[in-house]
Write a protein of this length. Structure first.
Length: 219
């Protein structure tokens, strides 16, 4: 069941983590679209805000509306193509952190469940072994609290829409504050989706050096 949604983007100033002539890396706040939505009142987004401050910012990848954390934009067409290829060929390394409902029994694990959009209920995705695309996530439990909550690191091997959110729900541990996939108790356990793009490793498109960017977990 889809919960009611009103777009109310945060008015925080841009938090630029790193910038040079090729790329700009930011810490995206939760609640802000990466790119404009279709409704007119969804035009405010991270890309629009970046372009007002940084000349030539070009989209490379996206984070969900409710996900916070590291996101990178290119500043030249050649950098955009280079970075886009790195994401497509899975040469980047992404680490997310999340708090999920319940204590996950295994300290580490791998989730391999194919995902496809649930058309009657879009944007919700679903697991489907017939038409779903390969979707793989590794996880590691960092802490189990007395409140029956687990802090986890998530390592997406693939990059499907809502992959981490659906995969955690599918193993019985929805992410706290998840308006799309969590049960009512888990949803109400946090005022925001407790999913954060903690770090991103890329090969710099100009210098060819490995670069790792990170942002502290805000929940």
């Amino acid at each position: 069941m889809l919960r009611p949604f009103v777009y109310n983007p945060p008015l925080k100033p841009l938090e630029i983590i790193y910038i040079d002539s090729s790329v700009v890396v930011l810490n995206k706040p939760a609640g802000l679209l990466t790119v404009p939505g279709r409704p007119e009142n969804h035009s405010d987004c991270l890309l629009t805000r970046v372009r007002k401050k940084v000349f030539g910012a070009l989209l490379v990848h996206r984070l969900d509306l409710d996900t916070s954390g590291i996101i990178i934009f290119a500043r030249t067409t050649s950098s955009q193509v280079n970075l886009g290829r790195q994401f497509e060929e899975r040469k980047t390394k992404k680490i997310y952190r999340a708090t999920v409902s319940g204590h996950i029994k295994k300290d580490t694990g791998l989730i391999n469940l194919p995902i496809v959009v649930d058309w009657p209920n879009r944007p919700i995705q679903k697991v489907c072994f017939e038409t779903g695309k390969d979707s793989i996530t590794r996880y590691k439990v960092l802490e189990r609290t007395n409140a029956k909550i687990s802090l986890v690191e998530l390592y997406p091997i693939t990059g499907r829409t809502h992959q981490l959110r659906l995969h955690m729900k599918s193993i019985g541990h929805p992410i706290l504050g998840d308006s799309l996939y969590a049960d009512e108790k888990s949803f109400r356990a946090s005022e925001r989706l407790n999913l954060h793009a903690f770090s991103l490793e890329i090969t710099h498109p100009k210098t060819d050096q490995k670069k790792i960017f990170s942002a502290p977990v805000p929940f």
